[in-house]
Ligand binder design. Sequence first.
Ligand code: AHM
Ligand code: MG
Length: 341
Amino acid sequence: MPYSKVITLEQFIVDQQSLYKDAQGSLSKIFRSLELAAKVVNRDVRKAGLVDILGNHGATNVQGEEQKKLDVIANDVFIAALSRCGEVCMIISEENDEEYYVDGCENEKYIVAMDPLDGSSNIDVNASIGTIFSIYTRKNLNEKPKLEDCLQKGKNQVASGYFIYGSSTMLVYTTGTGVNGFTLDDSIQEFCLSHPNITTPDDGKIYSVNEGNLADFPDGVQEYVQYCKEKDKTTSRPYSARYIGSLIADFHRNLLKGGIFMYPSTEKAPSGKLRLMYEANPMAFIIEQAGGVASTGDGRVMDVKPEKLHQRVPLYIGSKNMVTRVVAMLNNEEVAELANS
Ligand code: AHM
Ligand code: MG
């Protein structure tokens, strides 16, 4: 394609901004910071095998999980970039115990929640990993920012997205008017629009779940997994099982091709593993904007009122008819005849 036809992320954001008469460019500045940080992390991920930045950092994060060196690097890089943009008053991160207040920005309205390096168990084996982010606004600008400002329902998100450091590096994001994907052109170091207006199929043929835990899943989920494996020509079953253990990579594939990702509750982890603020909500905003569904099994993910920063929720996310079916099975409800689900 001639480069005159290429739309860079920067240009795309400027064009979008001109659609809103009151836009002041604050969100664009935040996106520029996120983009810069992602390029730095991408560079480090690409050379991770070459320099001594692989392996464990030796510390554990607030959830008792081992932090990898790259987790720490990514966390620092994103916090530094977002702090510098002058538009963000608070940052909450999967890697930080507490909320982080940006110096000199206590009057700003934006809050960023992030998982700076999701899928970190995949770092050492060269599989896709990524950064997930979501952006909120503070409700009461007359007061200083405080923890409660962060504990908002996902439906209040102003924007959410993820960078995936995969066979190519991509940004996929939404500001509530559809979902667009940009691929990093390494030669010019620009994210270029490559996947405009992403929509996800209502029916998919892929299911993604850590089946090793099957015996601990709720009965309805076990039944659904069995359903996915049954032979049935009219619904194109059995479906394909695809699970890499990196939410971003599993989600991204299913978003484009159609499918369902599940991280159910288990006896040991009644709320599942994934975090509401850093993983479930941002992905839920994207999937809903792409025509899919995100449920905790008990209701819409984006309707859950967070009670604490690192709260976990069970997650069923992806193609509309697939998620609807597993949620019905979970709740012992009659499954309506859905086209190919
Ligand atoms: P992380 O944020 O510490 O990397 O953990 C989250 C990851 C998700 O990316 C992935 O979906 C999940 O953990 C995989 O968990 P499991 O190994 O239990 O299947
Ligand atoms: Mg994560």
